[in-house]
Design a protein around this ligand. Structure first.
Ligand code: AMP
Ligand code: ZN
Length: 152
């Protein structure tokens, strides 16, 4: 039996001991809505097994995360008619990490949305959470994504 650290919020979510609005789950990974979305459909993809971040992620978890990200990305694109998608993954405090269980952010993108843009040679970031949706509102967003999930 693998040791589960319930001091880690994402381990608790993976074990279904903490609430989350899950849109996709495989044996080793999970995709759920960020509670402070920067855009409608903002997802987090995690391995179920605890890794602090990319520095200690094992290959099996990495493979599961990429699979879940690919499935979720395609569902997001259809559900919101997105023009693109950004994957953001932060490591350690200096890298912008706040939750120390590996996770990748998936954000649907639209031409001109300004969330992350190129300005000459600079990249500009306007990655700010808006209002915090209720669990019911998150459920409504999740329903749109779940309807487009195709796991193959
Ligand atoms: P990072 O700064 O990359 O570590 O991102 C952490 C993200 O986790 C933030 O966008 C938070 O809004 C999100 N977050 C924190 N706790 C939860 C939770 N219980 N359920 C869903 N998302 C969460
Ligand atoms: Zn964890």
């Amino acid at each position: 039996m693998e040791k589960i650290d319930f001091n880690c919020i994402f381990c608790a979510i993976a074990a279904k001991r903490a609430p989350a609005t899950i849109v996709y789950e495989s044996a080793d990974a999970m995709a759920f809505l960020d509670i402070h979305p920067v855009v409608e459909g903002h997802l987090l993809v995690i391995p179920k097994k605890h890794s602090r971040n990319l520095f200690d992620l094992d290959d099996e978890s990495g493979r599961a995360v990429i699979h879940a990200s690919r499935v979720a990305a395609r569902a997001l694109r259809v559900a919101f008619n997105a023009d693109g998608l950004t994957v953001l993954q932060s490591n350690e405090r200096a890298g912008g990490q706040d939750v120390f269980h590996y996770h990748a952010h998936l954000a649907p993108r639209f031409v001109g949305d300004g969330l992350m843009s190129r300005d000459g040679n600079d990249r500009r970031m306007r990655w700010h959470a808006g209002a915090t949706p209720s669990r019911e509102e998150l459920e409504q967003v999740a329903a749109k994504i779940r309807a487009q999930i195709q796991d193959d």
